[in-house]
Design a protein around this ligand. Sequence first.
Ligand code: SF4
Length: 339
Amino acid sequence: MFMSKDLSQEEILELYRREDPEELYRRAEHLTRQNFGEEVFLRALVEFTNYCSCDCHYCGISRSNLGVNRYRLDEETLMSVIEKGLEKGMNTFVLQGGEDPKWPAKRIAKLVKEIRLRFGNEFALTLSCGLKSKEEYALMKEAGANRYLMRFETSDPELFKQYTGGKSLERRLQGLRDLHDMGWEVGSGYMTGLPGETEEIRINNALLCQQLGLHMLGIGPFIPHPDTPLKDAEQQPLEWALKGTALLRLLLPKANIPATTAAGTLDPRGREQMLQAGANVLMPNITPVVHKKDYLLYPGKICLDESGFECVGCLTLRCEGIDRELSFKRGDSPSFTGV
Ligand code: SF4
């Protein structure tokens, strides 16, 4: 019987550094099943605006990319997407967008309040809309949002500064700490394969997740977008993200970890491989199909022509294929105690 509590941090890192990752994956999957059984939690993703005032060099919808067809979903559209999701039995919705000045925290809070008034408090509402002030996080939480996602992307302050047009990693980490202190269920994560990233940085990325005490962890391979400054970067192997997933699982046994769409883009079985390396969440994208193709953080994104509601059947089969079961439960992280 393998449990990460049997392993010290040093032993976990020794496993991670081995040339053959099979034992690492095996232990990570075993631990996932111990903590979550066969269940793979479903999160419905809604990409509500692709406007962004930031200019991250790795991102396909950054401000400087003038080739993007920009859109914003209005309140009524969002309501009807959520209503449909609820009818289909979904219990977690992730509202994700760029840092859009036309969707300030005040407007998001108003939307959240309206969603709660209309549909109740049973399901989880996750926000992923960038760095805000403490007052703004408080406003959105009081309105009824439960979870907040904000990736730090790299733990290296210099790389972070370089690829975000001079922004401060510390400021973003402070935002994550603020969210944590305020009682949000907090998620973050990073990419693997950014140019200039070293093995040491990848390990530090995972250790930083542990230090931050995150409840949700997202990790995905960096895929160079042709309309960004990093267009000529080399595509690194999916294995880096798989090993990172397993490392995160061993370091944070009770966190929710999605098998990311980017992994499915690099390999048709990328999401299954992630689930077999420690992930326990899948995120179908229920954004109206007409807009899905305009939210391309990276090229080649899969499932753009299907409604996320159709994806559920496919994801069910994918889970069954690896002896797991798609779960519609709300699935709070067992490490989240709430405040
Ligand atoms: S990564 Fe996020 S913050 Fe940066 S440009 Fe893209 S959407 Fe905006």
